[in-house]
Design a protein around this ligand. Structure first.
Ligand SMILES: NC(=O)c1ccc[n+]([C@@H]2O[C@H](COP(=O)([O-])OP(=O)(O)OC[C@H]3O[C@@H](n4cnc5c(N)ncnc54)[C@H](O)[C@@H]3O)[C@@H](O)[C@H]2O)c1
Length: 109
């Protein structure tokens, strides 16, 4: 990826934090392009996300898709470990900020 190419970001979970991430990416990260979003609440996702972002209901499908370079995880705490591990498996950089103390132990046996 060159330094001038867009960074295609996927955002999983479009609640309080995820919606905030969408606003921040649009306003403050010039090279970021929200290429795909995912929320189990599809009606809510359609309201929050821009129409040009592909909508997924399965976060693993978003993580594995060729349309995203990096993933922001903002779904519920209990989903983070599996989704972070899926990003590692897919070779995608990811960010998951959680209040949870649960750790993805499979990555560090
Ligand atoms: N709200 C805060 O101030 C805050 C601050 C720091 C970190 N966090 C962390 O951010 C994360 C999200 O918090 P929030 O306050 O935005 O929660 P929220 O409940 O407002 O939003 C979570 C969203 O994730 C969706 N979701 C749940 N399971 C999903 C799945 N399997 N696939 C796709 N989408 C799914 C829900 O439908 C919901 O829209 C949590 O891990 C929380 O600990 C929150």
């Amino acid at each position: 990826m060159s330094t001038t190419e867009a960074l295609r970001v996927g955002v999983v979970g479009l609640g309080i934090m995820g919606a905030g991430h969408l606003r921040t990416l649009a306003a403050d990260v010039p090279r970021a392009q929200v290429a795909a979003v995912c929320d189990v609440d599809v009606a809510h996702a359609r309201m929050v996300a821009r129409e040009d972002a592909r909508l997924h209901v399965d976060p693993i499908a978003l993580i594995r898709s060729d349309e995203v370079d990096a993933v922001l995880i903002a779904s519920s705490d209990a989903t983070h470990a599996d989704l972070v591990l899926a990003c590692i498996d897919a070779g995608k950089p990811c960010c998951a900020r959680s209040h949870s103390r649960r750790r993805p132990r499979r990555a560090w046996p």
